[in-house]
Write a protein that binds this ligand. Structure first.
Ligand code: COA
Length: 153
């Protein structure tokens, strides 16, 4: 599906419901929103996807939030947002893009690896340490953060 992807203007309303699809903590979201760049995907003026990137280290950015509105999932918009992040990172002269997801986020792990990301690290019990409530997905508890990396050059 064709979408337009653009930077969210700082005085535009944050698509908080979308951001919460990818991350259940409003506190953590507002922390990285203040440090990063938030892009939105729109279709006929409706916001259908969101992507947030932050600069973490020299030549490295991290995708800290990516989400597509439920009715629009499975239509290639997630892949377009990842590919947009890759083009954006190249344009900024970055060398590496990182992304993390839960051990239970099976579809997300598929998507990131299809886009070329490789698993580089497992942060055991990350979600137990950082999130108040237990998270369950696909019938298992989300405990560990799987970190993936794409090297651009
Ligand atoms: N079932 C199976 N595979 C799926 C899937 C599903 N429900 N959703 C995505 N995938 C995988 C497929 O492998 C697909 O590849 P294919 O096109 O070769 O079949 C690939 O992901 C890309 O799918 P796409 O349509 O581009 O993804 P999307 O637009 O649905 O966006 C997410 C993917 C993860 C952003 C979206 O599902 C979402 O917003 N989920 C909730 C928020 C979230 O979990 N964010 C990530 C936090 S780490």
């Amino acid at each position: 599906m064709d979408v337009e992807i653009r930077l969210l203007d700082p005085n535009e309303v944050l698509p908080i419901e979308l951001l919460l699809l990818a991350d259940p903590s409003e506190e953590i979201i507002s922390n990285y929103i203040s440090r990063g760049k938030c892009f939105i995907a729109t279709k006929n003026n409706e916001t259908v996807g969101v992507l947030v990137v932050i600069k973490t280290r020299p030549e490295t950015i991290e995708i800290v939030n990516i989400a597509v509105k439920e009715d629009f999932q499975g239509k290639g918009i997630g892949k377009k947002l990842i590919n947009f992040a890759i083009v954006y990172a190249r344009g900024q002269g970055e060398k590496t893009i990182e992304i993390g997801t839960g051990n239970s986020s099976i579809n997300q792990l598929l998507l990131y690896q299809k886009c070329g990301f490789r698993i580089v690290e497992v942060d055991h019990d990350f979600f137990i340490r950082h999130y108040k409530d237990e998270i369950y997905e696909n019938g298992i508890q989300c405990r560990d953060m799987i970190r993936l990396r794409l090297v651009l050059w």
